[in-house]
Every structure is written in C-alpha cells, then in structure tokens.
Design a protein around this ligand. Structure first.
Ligand SMILES: [Zn+2]
Length: 408
C-alpha cells in the first residue's frame, strides 16, 4: 500500500489488531443469521511524511451509510465542548449576522445549534442521512454530501464562502486527506479560518489507546504530519491548542496560504519540537506498541474469564467504535460480557459487530445490576460514572481496559 498523502510505499507497521468488521456495522436480530465481512485492521506509517494510516480495504461509502448511528448529542460533555468552542470563536473572530460558519461533519447539529442561537448564519455538511435529518429538525441547513475540493469550490462559487469552518473528528476519518483539505482552501474567504480537531497520535502512543484504531479512522495525526499535508494543499496552520477530548486531541487553526493574514503565535513550532523529541519522525517511537496493546488485551481476557468462573455478572457501557475494536481484538463474546448499555435508542435492540453482544438501554442496568461494568469509552468514564452513581453505591465496580485494566 502507498501513503494516502505522498504516495510513498508504506513499509513500517505500527500495530496489527487482527481483523474486524467495520466498527459501525451494528447488527439487527435478523442479521445474526448471516455472516459478517471482516477486514484486516493494521496501522502502517509512512517514513517519508510520518502519516500513520489504517491499511486500505474498502470504499468509505460502504462504511458511512445512511444508517450510521453515532449521534453527537448523546454525549452531554461533547455538546458542552461545542458550545464553548462557538463562544470562543464568535468573540475572537467577531462573527456576526454577516458571517458564515460552515461545519463539515455537522452530525446532528450538536455544534451549529449554538451558532444559530447566536444569530450567525451557518451551514452543515453531513453525508449521513439519519444525523443530517436530526440537524434539520433543529432548523439547521444541511448539505448531505461528502466534503472535498469539488464541494468547497461549488459553495464558494455560490456565495457561501466561509469566515469560519469547523471540522471536528473528521480529518482522521477521510480516505482522501489531500482532496479534503484542499476543499477548505477553496471554501474559505480570503482571511477566513479553518479549525480542525482530531486525536493526537502522540497521545495514542503514550496512552496505548489502541482501541481508537478502526477502519473508518484512516489517519492518526500529529502536528508534524498535519503541517506537511496542509501546506501541500493550500492551507497554512498558524496556531494549535491541546485539548483533553477523546484521550487528547489537537485543535489546529489554519488559513489560506495565498491570502491569510493571521499571525502565528509560536504554538505550532513548540508542538512540532516536542513531537520531534518524542521521536514522531522516526521509526523508534512505534516499536513496542504491539506488545503493549496485547498486554492490555490479555489482562482484559483473563479478568473476564476469572469473573465468569466466579459467577460475577459483567456488562459493558457505551456501544461505540472503541468498544468494538477492543472486544473484537480480545475475541470477547456474550458469554463473557452479557450486554452493552447505550443511551442511543437507534442502537438499542441491535448487536455489536463481530462480538454480537446485545445492546440495551440504561434501564437494564437498574434491573440487572451487574457486578462489574466495563466502560468502553474510557474518555467518558467520569460522565458515565456520575450518571450511574446509584449503581456504584450498590456495589457495581466500574472498570476500564485501556491502557491497562483498572478499577475506576
Ligand atoms: Zn507519506
């Protein structure tokens, strides 16, 4: 396979997680009678541009179909994160009724609802029909297409050039990162600002966050690789912030290379220096990651088998992509984890891809009161624990498996 950015041959492997079905391919009860498609799940690293990337295997449209079930608004901390972002951007860039904010991967309108509430014109781009419909219910205009250079150009030509674009947790999810980024250079007004939030690969490596690897997640990004890919596509980053979201993310501010006038504040250079000293532009930083992932997996499997032998009831919380990577890498089945609780009604009654563990609503927790609750989205542990404090009072143990098996 060749690099998605620079086309160099990929020779360095970061991790091999075996194989898994697409992590958002939740199964209906009828689908349990049919086989699933499993694909290799490996991350390779380009030794030319240091972009870490999931091995190619399928067309993106097959993965993000109209039934894609992730609704951002089901996480209250994420909606609050979006509100704070909108407040900060609106005041810093003085956005008013003459401005236009475009969000790419606008999901169910979790972010643009705050833009709209401030009276700032906005537009969402969201190819997933179910979430786009939820955003329209909030009164937000949504274009249901995949974003790229052609859509960016078309919007700008139609008088919809953007003062601010937001792209949260989508840059890592696009197969053609060059075409995607060039789309922002085409869409921005001359001095417009594009912000991108994505998990930081340095935090993935430090935190052994192997479960954030899945097929729909094509790239694992750091400042060194993003700087290079942006500059090759008409964008210049001028500032970066480190965020605690998703186990440690970056928010990169970029502008058009040809016309942008925002002054860099030195944060990009400082972060790139840190990444160099951590070895992110060398093969050595990736060595040992496989063994660490396997150790976390082995601890989880041993714990689950011991719990089963001891007659303890184990359930999991959060039917998200992370959980599917972990459960499938570990070969967990419903005999070890009885069910997964999720707040999203569109997932309830379905089954986790691969592991085929049933997904149920939160009321099941109160009725069945598990001895151990494995919180799969460890980044939401605090939120999940607070929402279920009564369970903890009654003796349920809250566990996380990454980076090591730990009682929370
Ligand atoms: Zn490359």
């Amino acid at each position: 396979m060749n690099c998605r950015h620079c086309s160099a041959r990929l020779g360095l492997q970061m991790v091999d997680l075996g194989s898994a079905p697409p992590s958002n391919a939740y199964l209906t009860r009828e689908a349990l009678d049919r086989p699933e498609r499993w694909f290799p799940l490996r991350v390779l690293v380009c030794e030319e541009c240091w972009l870490a990337q999931t091995q190619d295997f399928a067309d993106a449209h097959e993965l993000f179909d109209g039934s894609y079930a992730y609704f951002s608004s089901y996480s209250s901390s994420w909606v609050e994160h979006a509100r704070q972002y909108v407040d900060a951007m609106a005041s810093r860039f003085e956005l008013g009724p003459d401005a236009l904010v475009v969000e790419v991967a606008s999901n169910d309108g979790y972010l643009l609802q705050h833009v709209k509430a401030r009276g700032i014109p906005c537009l969402g781009v969201e190819p997933t029909a179910s979430t786009a419909a939820a955003a329209r219910d909030k009164g937000i205009k949504v274009i249901d297409e995949f974003f790229g250079t052609s859509l960016g150009r078309r919007l700008a030509a139609n008088g919809q050039a953007a003062d601010l674009t937001a792209a949260n947790n989508v840059l890592a999810h696009v197969p053609d990162i060059n075409d995607f980024l060039a789309g922002f250079a085409a869409l921005l007004k001359p001095n417009g600002v594009a912000t991108f939030e994505f998990p930081h690969v340095l935090r993935l490596l430090d935190g052994i966050q192997f479960d954030t690897i899945y097929h729909e997640h094509f790239s694992y990004l750091g400042m060194l690789s993003v700087d290079r890919v942006m500059r090759a596509n008409g964008l210049t980053p001028f500032e970066v912030e480190e965020l605690s979201t998703h186990g440690g993310s970056l928010r990169v501010f970029a502008q058009r290379t040809d016309t942008g006038r925002h002054q860099p504040n030195g944060s990009i250079e400082r972060l790139m220096a840190r990444e160099r000293s951590a070895g992110l532009d060398s093969a050595s930083v990736y060595a040992g990651f496989q063994e660490k992932a396997e150790r976390a997996r082995d601890e989880l499997v041993m714990f689950l088998i011991e719990a089963k032998r001891a007659g303890r009831r184990v359930a999991a919380y959060g039917a998200a992509a992370k959980g599917n990577t972990l459960l499938n890498f570990a070969g967990v089945r419903p005999d070890l984890v009885r069910y997964v609780v999720d707040l999203n009604p569109s997932k309830q009654g379905k089954f986790m891809p691969g592991s085929r563990i049933p997904i149920v609503g939160p009321e099941t927790l109160r009725h069945q009161r598990p001895n151990d609750l494995l919180v799969l989205p460890w980044n939401l542990l605090h939120e999940v624990r607070a929402q279920n404090d009564s369970l903890a009072q009654l003796g349920t143990r809250f566990m996380v498996a990454v980076p090591r098996l730990t009682e929370a």
